[in-house]
Structures are given as structure tokens and as C-alpha cells.
Design a protein around this ligand. Structure first.
Ligand code: CTP
Length: 412
């Protein structure tokens, strides 16, 4: 499945802030994923970064002046506004936010913002005092109320030397939110999907844990793919080494018991649950209150069984499990479909080349309750994620809009 950004028409507004340099990185990332990017630079932004830099990345004219006779906007000043599938402004200064809130159209960017029907995404960047000012906060609430998606700003050290709110969100964060906006009308729009990721960690004492080799990459790929297909995604994660996927609701947990509580809570309102996490089957029966010292030659741990989360989370319409096996893959995975009454299980042999823990690829079998097996070739985890979500979308569709023959007509 191509990126949600492929062939999309994105208008990127860049306004005068020292954070303009990050807009180049964002532009590069958008172009790399196949988007067609039209950049509008305000006069002040053009003092920080050159139109040539953006043009070199987008291979398209950069708009700097509404009355430039060489510019597309001079010919038909609403051309970009019409073509845009999203108008993203990054960085958005306090001054530009004020102009947008007022509905001014005094330059190419604000005229485009007023003329377009495309969704508006704003990534503010400014000094902390400017951000905190009631005027800016009032403008932000006006813009939010009108439907603008606001990304950031983040807290940290600012160019002024102040430490506070005002840092432009990272390009990857803005990119993820652009993808979420562009995916809004896709096949999972209006669905809530809960995804679990990573290996649980069961404490033995304050220092040690029992865990497993799960990297969480598959769960994270599922979360991003579901977001890009329009779903509201709740990611229940134990993962420490991966960045949070943007525009995804994160619930952080550590143990199987915490994951159970978080999944049961999140699935009370969800359409689908995908349990990609490797949940501990056993945990220490008691946790030592202080570090266990190596005073004896042997140490036997007393373990007790954890609850099966997937078996207990019966609320969602669609329930998908994972089966990581080292032998008898098909037989073991089929048994789990039946035992846990699943709509699908994603089975992989962790000992196979390219399918091990932490790999960026996976070779999986998708096993349906009617014993149909889709034997997929080795592919990247994002590709596997889309394959799984194709099935999730189809099962949801089937369960919510059954074919007429499934329900005999009462009024012939
Ligand atoms: N699972 C779960 N709760 C558990 C254990 C597993 O929800 N306590 C879920 C996993 O997230 C996965 C599926 O059940 O989606 C299968 O997990 P797996 O560990 O392969 O199987 P188990 O049922 O635990 O059986 P076994 O370990 O004996 O293979």
C-alpha cells in the first residue's frame, strides 16, 4: 500500500521564525513520500530561508508574493487554495495566527487560507511569553473551534534563551498529523482501534524484571497504518526505545496486569482490538520489596499465571491475535483462533529468516476462523500492518453491514 502522502497536494505555509529551517526537513520528508508540495513563504520567512532551498526539494515554484506576475497565484490567486488537500502552516508565528483568526487576506498565505476548503493544520512556534499571551491563546481557541488541527508547540529551550512553551513540533510529529488528516476519509474512518505493543515486564524485585524479546515494531506499524486509514487509535504500549507515533493516543504500561486494565478500559468503546503485544504468561507470585542479594548458589522463582487479556476483552466487534511460534506454527495458531474465539490470527515463525524479534520485516500467515490461510511473502512490518488492516476493515464492514442474505427479509 503506498504512503497516504503519495500524490497528495499539500500546501505548506512557512512564516517568519527561526524555526523555518525545520520546515525544510518537513518539506523533504513530504516530497520523499510522494507528495506534491507547494510552498508559500511569507516575506519574513524568506529572510530566514530562501525560496531556492524549498524549490530544490519540491521541484515546484515557491510562492512569495501575491502580485508576482511569474507566480501561479498572480494568474489565478485561488489556484493553490483549490488544489490543496491540506494547508499546513509550519512554523506558524503569533502574528500569522492572529491574521488567520481575524480572517485577514493581506498576503499570499492568508489569502490562500481564506480561500481554501482544505483542512488547516497549524504548528505554532514563538517565544514563550508570546504563546502564553491571552491574545494568542484566544486566537488559538478561535482557530481550534473552526476545526484547525494544532500540533505543538513543545516545551524547551527557545531561541530567545527563555525556557518554556513555544518550540516548533518536530518534523516527524507534524508529518504524522498531516498523514492523520489526509487519512480521515479512508476505510477505517469513524472506527476506534485498540492496539497493544511490546513485551510486558514483570518485576522480581526493585531492580530485576522478567520480560521477552518483543521490540514493539509490529504494534507501532499497525498503529501508524490504522491512523493513516482514518481510525482513532489507542496504543497500549510497554515500548521504551521507539518514538510515540504522532496523532495516536498512548497508554503506557509495564506489566501484564496493567496492560489488561488498560486494554479492558480502552476496548469498552472500541470497534477492534489487535493484540500484537507479547504478554507474559507467568509473573513472580510475589515481588521482593528490596533487591535480592546473591547470598545463595541457587534461586528458584515462584511464578503464577497471568490473565489472558485477549480472552477477557470480548467487547470489540473484531478481535485479532498474534501467535509467535517456534514450531508447529499452523497447528498452534489455529488452536488459538478457536480457544480465544478470534476473527483472525497473525502467525509467524520467530526462528525464520527475517521474522525474528526486532526485525523490520515479517513473514506471516493470516489464519481465519474458517481455516482459510493467507500465506503472505516476506514484507516490511508497515506492509504487514496494511495487510492485517485490510482484513480488519473487511470484517468490520461485514459485521456492521451484513449482506442481505445473512438477515432474511421480514417483509417479502
Ligand atoms: N495474550 C494475551 N494475554 C496473555 C497472553 C497472550 O492477550 N496473558 C495474547 C497475545 O497478545 C497474542 C495472543 O494472545 O495476541 C497469543 O499469544 P501467545 O503468547 O502466542 O499465546 P498464548 O495464548 O499465551 O499461549 P502459549 O504461550 O502457550 O503459546
Amino acid at each position: 500500500m503506498p504512503s497516504v502522502l503519495q500524490d497528495k497536494n499539500i500546501v505548506l505555509g512557512v512564516t517568519g521564525s527561526i524555526a523555518c529551517y525545520k520546515a525544510l526537513d518537513l518539506t523533504s520528508k513530504l516530497a520523499q513520500q510522494g507528495a506534491s508540495v507547494d510552498v508559500i513563504l511569507t516575506t519574513d520567512a524568506a529572510r530566514f530561508v530562501t525560496p531556492l532551498a524549498f524549490r530544490s526539494l519540491t521541484h515546484r515554484p515557491v510562492v512569495t508574493d501575491m502580485f508576482d506576475t511569474h507566480s501561479e497565484l498572480a494568474v489565478e490567486h485561488v489556484a493553490l487554495a483549490r488544489r490543496a488537500e491540506i494547508l499546513a502552516i509550519a512554523p506558524a508565528t503569533a502574528h500569522t495566527l492572529a491574521r488567520l483568526a481575524q480572517g485577514l487576506a493581506d498576503d499570499a498565505l492568508t489569502a490562500t487560507a481564506l480561500a481554501t476548503e482544505a483542512p488547516l493544520l497549524l504548528a505554532p512556534a514563538m517565544d514563550a511569553h508570546m504563546w502564553d499571551h491571552p491574545a494568542t491563546q484566544h486566537n488559538m481557541s478561535l482557530l481550534r473551534d473552526r476545526g484547525a488541527v494544532v500540533v505543538g508547540p513543545g516545551a524547551g529551550r527557545l531561541a530567545s534563551g527563555l525556557v518554556g512553551m513555544g518550540r516548533l513540533a518536530e518534523p516527524t510529529e507534524i508529518l504524522g498529523h498531516i498523514q492523520a488528516v489526509l487519512g480521515r476519509n479512508s476505510d477505517l474512518a469513524g472506527r476506534t482501534i485498540v492496539i497493544s505493543a511490546g513485551g510486558t515486564r514483570e518485576p522480581i524485585d526493585p531492580v530485576r524484571v522478567i520480560t521477552n524479546r518483543s521490540s514493539g515494531k509490529m504494534g507501532y506499524a499497525l498503529a501508524e497504518a490504522a491512523r493513516d486509514r482514518g481510525a482513532r487509535v489507542i496504543l497500549v504500549s510497554t515500548v521504551q526505545g521507539l518514538d510515540d507515533p504522532p496523532a495516536v493516543e498512548m497508554v503506557r504500561v509495564e506489566t501484564a496486569e496493567q496492560m489488561k486494565q488498560a486494554v479492558l478500559n480502552a476496548t469498552s468503546q472500541a470497534d477492534a482490538l489487535i493484540m500484537a503485544a507479547a504478554v507474559a504468561d507467568y509473573r513472580p507470585a510475589s515481588v521482593a520489596p528490596s533487591k535480592v542479594k546473591k547470598s545463595s548458589n541457587q534461586w528458584a522463582l515462584d511464578l503464577e499465571k497471568t490473565d489472558d487479556i485477549l480472552a477477557q476483552a470480548t467487547n470489540p466487534l473484531v478481535r485479532i491475535g498474534f501467535a509467535a511460534e517456534s514450531n508447529d506454527l499452523l497447528q498452534n495458531a489455529r488452536a488459538k483462533v478457536t480457544e480465544k474465539n478470534l476473527d483472525l490470527i497473525v502467525a509467524n515463525d520467530v526462528t525464520a529468516e527475517g521474522s525474528g524479534f526486532g526485525a523490520d520485516t515479517n513473514k506471516v500467515l493470516l489464519i481465519h476462523p474458517n481455516n482459510q490461510v493467507d500465506d503472505l511473502p516476506l514484507m516490511s512490518k508497515p506492509e504487514v500492518a496494511h495487510q492485517v488492516l485490510d482484513r480488519v476493515a473487511a470484517i468490520l464492514q461485514r459485521k456492521t453491514h451484513p449482506e442481505p442474505q445473512d438477515h432474511p427479509c421480514r417483509h417479502p
